[in-house]
Design a protein around this ligand. Structure first.
Ligand SMILES: Cc1ncc(COP(=O)(O)O)c(C=O)c1O
Length: 480
């Protein structure tokens, strides 16, 4: 690894500044940790000392010329991007900015239907005309994965004027089937490819991790450094890899969307995450993978579920438990939590555990937990496994109303059972994973109502205001 990668320009400068014990007559109000409840200082103080602002020598995220620029350059060299932007609002802000930069009001854009809600929000902010392409349903893994190359081809043939394509890679569960052909196809049609790689910042490590979206030729890639690398929550990267979308447009939208007082601890943690990844050795990676194997082996002792195999091209750090015998993923996750084992996410039929980028101790205590859970599983309540395979029946789909039309229409709340045929005025989003079951502007079907009801019955967390009372639809005659 290049010697330069040893530097962490933002962190180093913050520490240098803080070691001078400066007196603060500026924001933030905690004054380097001095003005703070006494009994909480011991928890917060190390970070408050570097929770600074755009002081002399500390640069400015919105017009970087000093340490932030240097840190972003080191990141772009490490990730092999033309330019990297540091984000303090998660991949959320990166997804918003890349979509706003790629299309203007009314522009068509081809979008994988099972994207995160931040992508959908970006489409609405841009006033774009999304053309959704449905993902395939994987029978063995019992979930939706990727749109096929054929469906992308068809969408491009039907909408050759689309400006860009938005894909998610890998999916939440670490599935990472190659993007290369899709990207080549898009480029043949002068369409930029924007990839939400929120869960794949560590793909920069190379094999045995999947190939990164940047290496496959994506034009813009957004990564949550905080999800899979050791950055603080919200710290993320946006990489620009070509000039299909002007980096000045990205910079413009980022300065609109991001705080004018970005957190320096978050920025410094982006330095740390890049440094960490750059210095992970193959021996360390070997130890991580051995630890993953041990964890998978221990979890395979759990009754009522299978540890799903990881395909060659997938992220090996993701472990998915698929429930059997009618126990729901939500119920299994609850049993794990009762043992102090907190998974990343539960769905109706699966539980996802993410192994970190360091070996973990999963020996005696973990095995005892598995035994106790197995005892409880003997008395667990059975649920129907919800069939979601038909959730995206239209392979290529537009919204029932344009975002422009949606602004004009009044809304009303109605009972879920009465909603079929109405157009949703607000998305219905199981969270996590944050992929809308119903999109804002989508016509509600029997299948939607059925799946949402079942999710609610099984205790899924759903984002939709007042979902317990009903759902928010546009007030107009049903569109059949
Ligand atoms: C696929 C995907 N994209 C984007 C996001 C948003 O990322 P962030 O939490 O960094 O804003 C998430 C969050 O879970 C996600 O799963």
């Amino acid at each position: 690894m290049e010697k330069k990668q040893y530097h962490m320009p933002i962190l180093e400068q913050l520490l240098k500044y803080s070691n001078k014990h400066p007196v603060s007559f500026h924001v933030p109000g905690h004054k380097n940790g001095v003005v703070f409840p006494e009994y909480l200082k011991k928890f917060f103080n190390p970070l408050l000392k570097i929770d600074l602002t755009e002081l002399t020598g500390l640069d400015d995220l919105h017009a970087p010329k000093g340490i932030i620029r240097e840190a972003e350059q080191l990141a772009s060299e490490y990730f092999h991007a033309l330019q990297t932007f540091f984000l303090v609002g998660g991949s959320t802000v990166g997804n918003l900015a890349m979509i706003l930069a790629a299309c203007s009001r009314g522009d068509k854009i081809i979008v994988q239907r099972n994207c995160h809600k931040s992508v959908m929000n970006g489409l609405e902010l841009a006033g774009a005309q999304p053309i959704f392409i449905a993902p395939n349903y994987d029978e063995l893994y019992q979930r939706h994965t990727y749109p096929s190359l054929e469906i992308l081809k068809q969408a491009i043939d039907e909408h050759p004027e689309a400006k860009a394509i938005v894909l998610t890679y890998p999916d939440y569960f670490g599935r990472a089937s190659s993007l290369r052909q899709m990207i080549e196809l898009a480029h043949q049609h002068q369409m930029a490819v924007l990839v939400d790689e929120a869960h794949g910042v560590h793909f920069s490590l190379g094999a045995p991790f999947p190939e990164s979206a940047l290496a496959q030729g994506a034009d813009i890639v957004v990564q949550s450094a905080h999800k899979m690398a050791p950055a603080m929550t919200m710290a993320s990267y946006l990489h620009v890899n070509s000039d299909r979308i002007k980096k000045e447009r990205i910079a413009h939208f980022l300065q609109m969307l991001q705080s004018s007082s970005p957190s320096y601890p978050l920025l410094a943690s982006l330095d740390v995450a890049r440094y960490f990844l750059a210095h992970l050795t193959s021996e360390q990676i070997e130890l991580i993978l051995t630890s993953v194997d041990k964890l998978r082996e221990t979890l395979s002792e759990l009754a009522a579920c299978t540890v799903l195999p990881v395909l060659d091209q997938d992220d090996p750090t993701k472990i998915t438990l698929q429930t059997e015998n009618g126990i729901s993923g939500f119920a299994l996750a609850e049993l794990l939590e009762q043992e102090g084992i907190y998974p990343e996410l539960a769905t109706h039929n699966q539980v996802l555990l993410i192994h970190g980028l360091a070996p973990m101790d999963v020996t005696t205590n973990f095995k005892k937990s598995v035994k106790r859970i197995n005892e409880k599983l003997k008395n667990s309540q059975n649920h129907d496994i919800i069939d979601v395979s038909n959730l995206f029946p239209k392979r290529i789909q537009s919204l029932a109303l344009s975002y422009e039309e949606m602004i004009q229409l009044p809304t009303k709340e109605i009972r879920l059972e009465e909603a079929v045929g109405f157009v949703a005025a607000e998305a219905i989003i199981p969270y996590p994973p944050g992929i809308p079951v119903v999109l804002k502007g989508e016509k509600i079907t029997h299948e939607h109502v059925h799946v949402v009801k079942e999710f609610l019955e099984q205790g899924a967390k759903i984002q939709h205001q007042h979902i317990e009372q009903g759902i928010n639809v546009f007030f107009h005659d049903r569109i059949f």
